[in-house]
Write a protein that binds this ligand. Sequence first.
Ligand SMILES: Nc1ncnc2c1ncn2[C@@H]1O[C@H](COP(=O)(O)OP(=O)(O)O)[C@@H](O)[C@H]1O
Ligand SMILES: [Mg+2]
Length: 509
Amino acid sequence: MAARQREISVSEFFTKNRHLLGFDNPRKALLTTVKEAVDNSLDACEEAGILPTLAIEIVEVSESRFRIAVQDNGPGIVRQQIPKIFGKLLYGSKFHRLKQQRGQQGIGISAAGMYGQLTTGRPLRIISRTGRRKPAHRFRIAIDTKKNAPVIQRDEEIEWDVAHGTRVEIELEATYQKGRRSVDDYIEQTALANPHAEIRYAPPKGEEIVFARVTKELPKESSEIKPHPYGVELGVLLRMMKETSSRNLRGMLTSEFSRVSSPVATKICDLAGVSPTINPRRLTGPNVEALFHAIPKVRIMAPPTACLSPIGEELLLRALEQRVEAEFCTAVTRPPAVYRGNPFQVEVGLAYGSELGAEDPVDLYRFANRVPLQYQQSACAMTKSSVSTDWKKYGLQQSRGALPAGPMVIFVHIASVWVPFTSESKEAVASYPEIVKEIRLGLMEAGRRLGTFVRRRRREADEHKKRSYIEKYIPHIADALQEILSLSDRKRDSTEGKLKTILERSRKI
Ligand SMILES: Nc1ncnc2c1ncn2[C@@H]1O[C@H](COP(=O)(O)OP(=O)(O)O)[C@@H](O)[C@H]1O
Ligand SMILES: [Mg+2]
């Protein structure tokens, strides 16, 4: 036995368990690959304060093989970082920061590259440039999965007619299909939730599609915050005590957590029976556990919420009106709230129109930090909240335990410094009660506005029906009157005209 024990590298692990990262099948692999690259591009542009312009290309190499390229006008990546970013799993700049951004784990783009390499043997190709005065670098990077380390196959300086930005190319085994959960859908929805981005998309077949910017204003910059004590886990607290540079416990608590003032820290220590002046590294396991249990007993102010950057009601409404074929649109941005010490904010939009089939269930578009979520719809808090909302009140049909039916798109967005996904592939949001509540409140507010519209339209339709019925009979009435009263033809026609005028004037609106 002992001879057979051996360490497993993360890349070996994920090569065998690729479904965990969204590579379960060839169709999804294409989507995941595009998504990882696009998420990174948008994150990088936003962080650098650049209005994003993205070009996405999918080229069919053969029926089961595609080459994707995603190019951005972001800040670029410094040369020394490129190999690790693309050739090492769990390497990134975002994992250790509590900030509203698309990436979290540092496993996105390298995993896509690894999947490509696994299925086609081709390395990743990257071009990146950090500024006009800097050269552009072109890399070819393979991944040594045993060591979870990059293998640089080529590294050269090239001429590139782009001032700054990054281009990533990956060849992979995949299939391309249109329809629900397709790459096409994903890109369209990305444009909807990122009205400040220009996205050009060249699908494998057909013409380039351009999603122009709805606004030239960058989203308000989201800022990094410290963790809130209500959300900390015991294991994390233990580690923080070991790693802190503070020399006393009170100092550690006030400097490494948000909303912990000196009196609050003292209170936590008192309740736990631990001295606030002790060196955190000297704390025993039971000490830390006592602190952990004391935290929820102390009233601590909710974390700051200014760190969030929602789309905003006005802009979301404009995006819906421009991008979705609808007669009625509305948008609701809820005030920020908190789950397990993490600030979050929910936005809901509805676009209602007669274009789609009225019998079909509505389309539910789900977003987390502006990223469309395509899979695992039924496991998501957004679906559960939409299903448990009573849409009949707002004039829609709905069967028990189902989404409402009707020509409508429901848009739900959660923005948070840490979105609680149900798995690594980031497809469904976990149902924390606070999150479900916020989504439901948003849906209800939007639903009420929809109800007013639907009822008014129904009244108008009823009236229109009655009116056209009467209108049809007016000539017959005129004929009958002519006969009974022996009217001349001229008198008959003027009577008909008068009847029409009366009907016209009786219009309520
Ligand atoms: N297009 C890009 N422009 C600038 N930086 C990038 C780009 N793509 C990736 N990066 C950097 O590489 C890191 C790793 O990316 P990734 O593996 O997708 O993990 P994550 O996005 O979860 O951090 C990112 O944190 C970011 O710092
Ligand atoms: Mg990423």
